[in-house]
Design a protein around this ligand. Sequence first.
Ligand code: PGA
Length: 251
Amino acid sequence: MRQPYIAGNWKMNLDRRSARELASGIREHLGARDDVQVGLFPPFVYLDEVVRAVSGSPVLVGGQNCCDEDEGAFTGEISTGMLADVGAQVALVGHSERRHVYGESDELVNRKVHAALARGLDVILCIGETIEQREAGETEATNARQLTAGIQGVAPGDLGRLTIAYEPVWAIGTGLTASPAQAGAVHAYVRGVFAGLTTDAAAEGIRILYGGSVKPDNVRELMAVPDIDGALVGGASLELETFIPIVDFGN
Ligand code: PGA
């Protein structure tokens, strides 16, 4: 049984105070509940604040990105060692905004996956097709390619520290959501590809999150799909009023 995982990707939003208040509110709401795993991905500069706000609780905190290099002359970058040093437990890697706005390649994404795992961080690896790729009939090929490249060379013993997030680029921040059937088809396909690359047992265990305009009013039908194990939430993760109902989808 895969524990549902609801991750909030705050992107470049909030300020110190609202980040602290949001994190504290989530922590208070959740208490010691273990029916759902919650992860928060604040901007780097508020990681410390958020780590402190949820310290001692089951809430995970992660970086929205990381550098593939360990240290040195990489102006503006944040290493996985720095993330671990401030108490982050996870790195979000390969988000579509990193791939499409900042031009990150499959190879760079793979190096980031390795950098994060090497520092003891868990990884959420994001994959997903653009609308052009979907319309050209390349949805499966695109997701297979990004997944295959993304986990290339990951040791079998580290596979349990990976989570996949399927985020169709056309559904991110647009209000368009993949239907449960559309998302479910890709999730099942991705799990099959993962099984082919690893083992059936690893594929059975890995969580595949859906992302792209997840809201309180669509989370339940998405989470009812057998291969959808959680959600990576952007806009609706910025306020308790919308994030809590998503976290509570099962209640
Ligand atoms: P959204 O973002 O929920 O605002 O569509 C999702 C994401 O980019 O992770």
